[in-house]
Design a protein around this ligand. Structure first.
Ligand code: CA
Length: 236
């Protein structure tokens, strides 16, 4: 795993120094800021996996800094460091999206445990978002899958080579899965309003597509709706 990046925002120099040494010893990449404004500048300058954020800070408070961070970023984990008697800060900090908090004075082992759990949470959340983003790139119907940005098509689990027009046609059909599309609609959307040529071009390309995504696999994702046009369905 990559070295996790931790920013410490803490004005008490002694505490900041001890934290820094302990975290470096645990093989984290660590930087520190000694007030809220410096913390915000450093937050913006580099990517961070975790920010250890003291609430009582000169410049802008930890709560205000947290508000600014969360208004642009929900991925970086934030571990709040609170004074013993500031229950309100703790509550508003968690409301603002801090992942966890620790109360001063704390044992270093407790802090390291919180750091590990915050980073684990952050990694899992990031992985989930990546998987979701990857999934969103795909359109599918039954065994047919199409990735728009990579311009890849799979049918029956195998990659299928399509021409540009075939790809655009399949994209339009999948995007409007389960809707019956007329030949005119398809012509307008895939070939454009100003298309001049054979009116049976849609039928011709549907045949090309079927020969590539259905016929070899014994499926019938693209179905003819007599007198109207075509529809793509999940199951053939
Ligand atoms: Ca402080």
């Amino acid at each position: 795993m990559e070295q996790a990046r931790i920013l410490i925002v803490e004005d008490e120099e002694k505490i900041a120094r001890v934290l820094e040494l302990e975290l470096i010893y645990e093989n984290y990449y660590v930087q520190k800021a000694s007030d809220g404004l410096e913390g915000f500048a450093m937050y913006q300058a580099e990517p961070w996996d975790l920010i250890i954020l003291d609430i009582m800070l000169p410049g802008i408070s930890g709560i205000e800094l947290l508000r600014r961070i969360r208004s642009q970023n929900t991925k970086t984990a934030v571990l709040l460091v609170t004074a013993k008697d500031s229950v309100e800060d703790k509550v508003s900090g968690l409301d603002l999206g801090a992942n966890d908090y620790i109360t001063k004075p704390f044992q270093i082992e407790e802090l390291l445990a919180r750091v590990r759990s915050s980073l684990r949470f952050q990694t899992e959340a990031a992985l989930k978002t990546e998987a979701e983003a990857e999934e969103e790139q795909w359109l599918s119907a039954g065994d047919v899958r199409l990735n728009e940005s990579a311009r890849e098509v799979y049918a029956g689990g195998e990659p299928v080579e399509l021409t540009r027009r075939e790809f655009d046609l399949l994209y339009y059909l999948l995007k409007n899965k389960k809707q019956v599309l007329s030949r005119d609609q398809i012509l307008e959307q895939v070939w454009g309003f100003d298309y001049i040529g054979e009116t049976n071009v849609v039928d011709v390309y549907i045949r090309y597509l079927r020969n590539k995504i259905d016929k070899p696999f014994g499926t019938a994702h693209i179905q003819t709706v007599r007198g109207i046009g075509y529809v793509v369905k999940d199951f053939s």
